[in-house]
Ligand binder design. Structure first.
Ligand code: EPZ
Length: 427
C-alpha cells in the first residue's frame, strides 16, 4: 500500500486539469449493457473504480477496449461492446470492492430479463441499503428475492413493463438503475422524486444518444418511453464537480491562485457559494474556473443535501478548510449516517472539531500541525491531503488506495501547481 507525504506551507499556482466525473462514468459504463452495439466513452478518468467496473463488464461478456491515450495524458477513451451477455451474475468478490456494481442490475434485467447481483453491503460511511433500487424495479414488473447475500431479479416473460415509480427519498443510484431499466421497458415509465444530480443528467443524455426517449431530464420527474432496442453511441463524460471542488478547497487552504481547467460553474453553484462565503473566490473564465483565496479564510456553515444542495461528497473537504478559518462553522451531514471518519484524523493534526449527532462544530485554529494520519474513505482521504497542504511539517497519509478510487493522479496534479507532495511505497 502506498502513502502520500505532504510538506505544508506552499501556496499553489498554475493549472489543474479536471478529469471526467467518476460518478458519471460509473453510471455510463453499465449503460453499455443495454445494447449489443459499441458504446464509446470519451474523457473517462483513469481511476481504480473504472478499472474494476471494466472487469465487471468483462465477466458479463462485454469487451472493453481503451484506445488512443498516451500514459502522460489525463483521461482515456474506452469502447464497451456487450455483443452478447454471457453471464447475468455480478459476483460478491467484485461487488464488495465497489458498491456501484449494483448499477448493472437494471440494465441486465432490461436486456436479459434476469440478474443475480451480490448485495453491496455497507461501507465506511454507512450501511448503504438498496431497498429503493429494488422497489423501483418491482414497479416495472420485476420479481425480486434476496438469498444468501445475493439479489435475484427476474422480469416478466415479455420483459419489464413501464410503470409509475415514486421514490420516498432521493437516491442517485436507485434513480440510475430504474432509468436504465425503463428505457427498454414496454410502455411509459414515470419516475417521481428522481435525483437531479448532474451525473444523472449525463446518463440520461447518453441514453438519449443511444436512442432512448426521456423527458424532464434534470428535473425530479422523468418520463421515459420504452424502446424495443437501443443502439451504440459516442459520449463524452462530464467534468468531475467534486474533484474540482476538492482542488478549490486545496487552493483555499494553501493560498495562491489556480485555474481548474474544464471545471463548470453551472454544476457547482452550491459548492461555489460555500467557498465564496469562506473568502475563496471562484471566477468563471474561458476554459474553466479560476480559484483564489482573498484575504483570511472565514468560517461558514453548510448542510449537505441532494442536488442542487451542498454535496455530501464535499463535506469532508470543506471541513478541512474550516479547520483554519476565522471563527466557528457548523457542518451538518444529512445524507449518510457515518460520514465523519475524517474528524479524528483531522484532530490529530490539531483541528478543533466537536461532532454531535449529524452536526460537526469546527472552531478555526491558527495552524494545523503535520501528523501521520489514516485514510478511511475516499473523501475523508482528500480532506487529509487538503489539511496537509497547510499543516506545519510533513503529513503522511496512509492507505491512499482510497484516494486512487476517485482522484486521477492526485499528487501529479498538485505537484504541477507547486505543492510539496510525493507518493512513496508504504514501509
Ligand atoms: C451516489 O451514491 C454516489 N456514488 C456517492 O458518491 C454520493 O455520496 C451519493 O450518490 C449521494 O450524492 C456514485 O454515484 C457511485 P444515494 P448512492 O442512493 O447512489 C440511502 C463518492 O464519494 N439509500 O443517493 O449510493 C443511502 O443510504 C460517493 O463519490 C437508501 O436508504 O447514494 C443514503 O443515506 C460516496 N436506500 C441516501 O439514501 C436505497 O436503496 C442517499 O444515497 C438507496 C439509498
Amino acid at each position: 500500500m502506498d502513502q502520500i507525504r505532504i510538506r505544508g506551507g506552499r501556496p499553489l499556482s498554475g493549472t489543474i486539469p479536471i478529469s471526467g466525473a467518476k460518478n458519471a462514468a460509473l453510471a455510463l459504463m453499465p449503460a453499455a449493457l443495454l445494447t449489443d452495439e459499441p458504446l464509446t466513452l470519451r474523457n473517462l478518468p483513469r481511476l481504480a473504480d473504472i478499472d474494476t467496473f471494466g472487469h465487471l463488464l468483462n465477466q458479463h461478456g462485454a469487451s472493453t477496449h481503451t484506445q488512443g491515450s498516451r500514459p502522460e495524458d489525463f483521461g482515456r477513451v474506452m469502447t464497451v461492446r456487450a455483443g452478447r451477455i454471457t453471464s447475468t451474475t455480478a459476483p460478491y468478490d467484485i461487488v464488495r470492492k465497489m458498491r456501484a456494481s449494483i448499477l448493472v442490475l437494471g440494465p441486465l434485467l432490461a436486456r436479459e430479463g434476469r440478474a443475480t447481483v451480490s448485495q453491496p453491503g455497507g461501507c465506511a460511511i454507512g450501511n448503504r441499503p438498496i431497498d429503493l433500487h429494488l422497489r423501483g424495479l418491482q414497479a416495472l414488473g420485476a420479481e425480486v428475492e434476496l438469498a444468501s447475500g445475493y439479489v435475484r431479479a427476474t422480469a416478466p416473460r415479455g420483459g419489464l413493463v413501464g410503470g409509475r415509480v415514486v421514490f420516498p427519498q432521493v437516491s442517485v443510484g436507485a434513480t440510475e438503475n430504474v432509468l436504465m431499466a425503463a428505457v427498454l421497458a414496454r410502455g411509459e415509465t414515470l419516475i417521481e422524486n428522481a435525483a437531479r444530480e448532474p451525473e444523472i443528467v449525463d446518463l440520461a443524455r447518453c441514453l438519449v444518444a443511444m436512442g432512448a426517449q426521456i423527458e424532464g431530464i434534470g428535473t425530479e420527474r422523468l418520463l421515459v418511453s420504452g424502446q424495443e432496442r437501443l443502439h451504440g453511441a459516442t459520449y463524452a463524460v462530464m467534468p468531475d464537480r467534486i474533484e474540482a471542488g476538492s482542488y478549490a478547497c486545496a487552493v483555499g487552504i494553501a493560498g495562491g491562485e489556480v485555474l481548474l481547467a474544464g471545471a463548470r460553474r453551472d454544476i457547482m453553484e452550491a459548492t461555489i457559494a460555500a467557498l465564496e462565503a469562506a473568502n475563496v473566490s471562484v471566477l468563471e473564465e474561458r476554459g474553466g474556473l479560476r480559484v483564489r483565496r482573498r484575504n483570511g479564510l472565514a468560517a461558514t456553515d453548510a448542510t449537505t443535501a441532494p442536488y442542487p444542495g451542498f454535496p455530501t461528497d464535499m463535506q469532508a473537504q470543506l471541513m478541512a478548510l474550516m479547520c483554519v478559518a476565522e471563527g466557528a462553522s457548523v457542518l451538518t451531514e444529512t445524507i449518510f449516517e457515518n460520514r465523519y471518519m475524517h474528524v479524528p484524523e483531522l484532530a490529530r493534526m490539531g483541528a478543533d472539531i466537536t461532532v454531535s449527532g449529524r452536526s460537526a462544530l469546527v472552531r478555526g485554529v491558527p495552524e494545523l500541525t503535520a501528523a501521520p494520519v489514516m485514510a478511511t474513505d475516499l473523501r475523508a482521504s482528500m480532506s487529509l491531503v487538503i489539511a496537509g497542504l497547510a499543516a506545519r511539517g510533513e503529513t503522511v497519509v496512509r492507505r491512499v488506495y482510497h484516494l486512487d478510487r476517485g482522484y486521477e493522479r492526485l499528487e501529479e496534479k498538485l505537484q504541477a501547481v507547486g505543492a510539496d507532495i510525493e507518493r512513496v511505497a508504504d514501509d
